[in-house]
Design a protein around this ligand. Structure first.
Ligand SMILES: Cc1cc2nc3c(=O)[nH]c(=O)nc-3n(C[C@H](O)[C@H](O)[C@H](O)COP(=O)(O)OP(=O)(O)OC[C@H]3O[C@@H](n4cnc5c(N)ncnc54)[C@H](O)[C@@H]3O)c2cc1C
Length: 388
């Protein structure tokens, strides 16, 4: 659809254009043919990570010194957008490269960076971040998982749930209380290499949770039963910094969700524009009804507003100026609009829109979680309201 195709984000350049083409071809060749199988089995094949690593798509925004691609947030945006365009959802690279790699890059010692980042870039390590617990999600200060010092080790006990890449990950960034008597000040981030501690009386995985959407993403329960890790796996120089570290990285995490939301809106509108030009009712194309024209005009306008807003946020992030409130605005508003626009688009497909063989149906199911994870939309509004 020319209205979407003719708009190019101001941050795009020739190099990113080459990356976009390469990612598009990679996704078409290596991921798209398996997407239905991945949706059915509930996880992305493990070797997809190695293939993505070989193609240079993991840790694209991490320094080359640590095995990354040497790019920046724009490179992550291109990846998120191309996966969304192909309607390949569930490959948890946003968590792996966009979140966990950045925690290690920002707070890890050189030794920690050397230990984990090159293997994350190659796909040998797949990362997850374990914040949420059965008893607490939004209220992170209330996490019950503990990591108590014992000689040169930490002993971790607790339970996590809803963890993206949970079944596949072999490197987990665990949010735990190193001082259970404190709230935020007691929180630390500790890396767990799962292969070393897996098994009875250690680290175990629970169910791969059955979800409404994002079927190919393994979202799992994790259990820590006296899991012993070296104290050198604490991220940062001192205990109790975890909450501040989380807060510092959240604008980027929220923007990644917003980028996915905008890409999904644009994909839904492309698919729908094509469909309403083909399908006929009462002797006319569906597009010829004024209702269709007005609704799509509204959606395309909102998608453009969302696009220009996240482009502006991305440029602010690159300059180091994306504040928490603005990132929260981007996350809640684009997630909300994604759900509305995908719903409106689905309606134009009639009964076919409800059939899983039509991509719009998968997009509808996938969209719903965007308002929940990464900080729910209500929490986003709280963060904005704090600045009023
Ligand atoms: C598919 C999926 C993937 C996920 N991936 C991860 C992951 O990789 N790592 C991870 O740690 N977590 C992950 N999560 C968890 C996710 O971040 C949490 O579900 C989310 O933060 C909400 O927490 P909760 O589910 O405990 O809801 P609750 O905190 O119990 O909230 C329930 C409802 O109450 C509202 N609410 C809560 N507090 C307030 C308040 N103060 N004011 C107004 N309303 C409020 C919330 O907005 C929500 O609508 C994932 C979740 C899903 C569904």
């Amino acid at each position: 659809m020319s209205l979407l195709e003719n708009y190019e984000s101001p941050w795009m350049d020739e190099e990113l254009g080459i990356l976009r083409d390469a990612v598009k071809k990679f996704v078409e060749r290596e991921f798209a043919p398996h997407a239905t199988k991945w949706d059915k089995q509930g996880f992305v094949d493990r070797d997809a990570w190695n293939k993505a690593g070989e193609a240079g798509l993991l840790c694209a925004s991490i320094s080359e010194q640590w095995g990354g691609g040497g790019g920046d947030f724009r490179h992550e945006m291109v990846l998120v957008e191309e996966l969304n365009k192909a309607n390949v959802t569930g490959f948890g690279n946003g968590v792996h490269s966009g979140i966990v790699a950045h925690y290690i890059s920002a707070y890890g010692s050189d030794e920690q960076k050397q230990r984990w980042l090159p293997k994350m870039a190659s796909g040998e390590l797949v990362a997850a971040i374990a914040m949420s617990e059965p008893g607490t999600g939004s209220d992170l200060q209330a996490v019950g998982t503990t990591a108590i010092k014992d000689g040169d080790d930490y002993i971790i006990n607790g339970q996590k749930t809803f963890i993206t890449n949970g079944m596949t990950a072999n490197l987990v960034c665990v949010v735990a209380k190193t001082d259970p008597n404190e709230k935020a000040k007691g929180i630390s981030l500790i890396m767990v290499e799962t292969d070393a501690v897996q098994g009875e009386g250690g680290f175990t995985r629970g169910r791969n949770l059955e979800k409404l959407g994002l079927k190919a993403q393994d979202t799992a329960e994790l259990f820590f039963d006296d899991v012993r890790v070296p104290s050198s796996f604490l991220l940062g120089s001192a205990e109790g910094k975890g909450f501040i570290q989380l807060m510092e990285q959240l604008p980027q995490e929220r923007l990644i969700i917003a980028v996915g939301a905008v890409a999904a809106m644009e994909t839904a509108l492309r698919l729908t524009s094509d469909y309403v030009k083909e399908r006929k009712a009462f002797g006319k194309r569906i597009l010829d009804f004024q209702n269709t024209q007005f609704k799509l005009a509204e959606c395309i306008t909102e998608a453009r507003i969302a696009r220009t807003f996240i482009d502006d946020c991305a440029m602010k992030l690159l300059e180091g100026n994306l504040d928490t409130a603005t990132a929260s605005m981007a996350k809640w508003w684009t997630a909300q609009k994604q759900c509305e626009i995908v719903d409106t688009c689905l309606q134009f497909f009639g009964g076919y829109g409800y059939m899983m063989e039509y991509p719009i149906a998968k997009m509808y199911a996938d969209s719903r979680v965007q308002k929940i994870y990464g900080g729910s939309n209500e929490i986003m509004k709280l963060l904005i309201a704090r600045e009023i």
